[in-house]
Write a protein that binds this ligand. Structure first.
Ligand code: PLP
Length: 411
């Protein structure tokens, strides 16, 4: 979708699916089962000869409408939605990999994803995690049994940016499936298809939903990969068009078996959130840039991690990949300041996990989301013990800066 048409297309997407009623939102269809006058229709739906719904664990008209919207936002050839971002990621991995395969993943990932990679290892999948900012390390990790390379765009909490183009080239040369988790930089600010992604996984809970009311996730097939070359597609899905083979398998063997399905109520809430995503992201990213600059210039802050700052290690790459630099700003106060004490002084900023919300959220990283991993692993990941991660919201920027000014003055 062209960036100039992004919001125009999204706000009119549902209406076009409802020509009869004129409803501008796709209706919430809360039915688990779908009955047919003519039993042959049910047979044809089961056999994939006819489109339609059978049971809500696979699809409902409302989840279909959201899939169509998310697919358009990403410029894909197909989309599936799930109960959460983790359901999307786990279902995709478990469906497309088997024992004896190898997956390369960035070593800088959202905390739950390495946990899934650990589970895959227990089921006999080999996993290598590498510094995905360094293409030579990614190249060196490729083995004869490598099937997938998986990375995020801007990593949490240190904001490293993977060599997204380089990995795309590498996957093309070796015919590997390239999966990008674009949660941090949704379609409006980053075109994952253009850097070669085969599949996009995303947590719709974050910027797309945006309001902190519902969890959801999606997988989009960009059309870049020819699934006829992927030997883990089961024979029964080979009859599908090449571009539909992977998503059909993820749906029939993943969504249906693992059951991580999105409810129709939740699907509509995400669709309503998506209408204002571009506006909210523009605002949140502008706020993030201003806050990053403010904190960077403050003598009680030792270091700021934000791709929009000139001295960020991948600032130049970030400029080429992203329309905006994202809304995650991490920072280390000077050693003498306890991060929990600093957060206590803030009045507006909420101490909470989660990101991509309308409200500005912050947390002390080592003491919360990365507590379990231990000191040694935190040091390897470049996480300082007093680091604070902030997800910048859409409040008035002057109010946010005023809150930090008073908190830093009082500490
Ligand atoms: C939050 C997040 C997820 C998981 O999404 P949920 O909807 O919370 O399950 C996956 N990847 C990234 C990068 C995330 O930030």
């Amino acid at each position: 979708m062209s960036k100039t048409q992004f919001t125009t297309t999204v706000v009119h997407a549902d209406r076009k699916l409802n020509p009869d009623s004129g409803a501008v939102h796709y209706p919430v269809v809360n039915s688990v089962l779908f009955g047919y006058e003519n039993p042959q229709d049910l047979v044809d739906i089961f056999q994939g000869k006819q489109a339609g719904h059978a049971y809500a664990r696979q699809s409902t008209p409302t989840t279909d409408a959201l899939q169509s919207m998310v697919n358009d936002m990403e410029g894909g050839v197909g989309c599936l939605v799930f109960a959460s971002g983790m359901a999307a990621i786990t279902t995709t991995f478990f469906t497309l990999l088997k024992a004896g395969d190898h997956i390369i993943a960035s070593q800088f990932l959202f905390g739950n994803t390495p946990s899934v990679l650990g589970t895959l290892q227990r089921f006999g999948v080999e996993v290598t995690q590498v510094d995905a900012t360094n293409i030579e390390l990614v190249k060196a990790a490729v083995q004869p049994n490598t099937k997938i390379i998986f990375t995020e765009t801007i990593a949490n909490p240190v904001t490293q940016i993977a060599d997204l183009n380089g990995i795309g080239e590498l996957c093309k040369q070796n015919n590997l499936v390239y999966i990008i988790d674009n949660t941090m930089t949704p379609s409006y600010i980053f075109n994952a298809k253009a850097v070669g992604a085969s599949l996009i996984t995303t947590s719709l809970t974050k910027y797309v939903g945006g309001h902190g009311t519902v969890t959801a996730g999606a997988v989009v097939d960009t059309g870049n990969y020819d699934w006829r070359d992927y030997d883990n597609i089961l024979p029964s899905f080979r009859s599908q068009a090449p571009h539909a083979q992977a998503l059909t398998q993820i749906k029939k063997k993943g969504l249906r078996d693992l059951g991580g399905c999105l409810s129709s109520d939740s699907a509509q809430m995400i669709a309503v959130g998506a209408e204002t995503m571009a506006l909210r992201i523009d605002r949140a990213c502008a706020n993030a840039q201003a806050l990053a600059e403010f904190l960077d210039a403050h003598d009680k802050i030792a270091k700021v991690y934000y791709p929009g700052l000139q001295d960020h290690p991948q600032h130049q790459q970030a400029k080429t990949y992203f329309k905006q630099f994202g809304a995650i700003v991490s920072f280390d106060p000077v050693d003498s300041i306890d991060p929990v004490a600093l957060l206590t002084e803030l009045n507006l900023v909420i101490s909470a996990t989660h990101l991509g919300d309308n409200r500005t959220l912050a947390l002390p990283v080592a003491q919360t989301i990365y507590f379990e991993m231990g000191l040694e692993n935190r040091q390897k990941a470049g996480i300082n013990e007093n680091m604070i991660r902030m997800s910048v919201g859409i409040e008035e920027v002057d109010d946010l800066i005023a809150d930090f000014s008073q908190a830093l003055a009082n500490i």
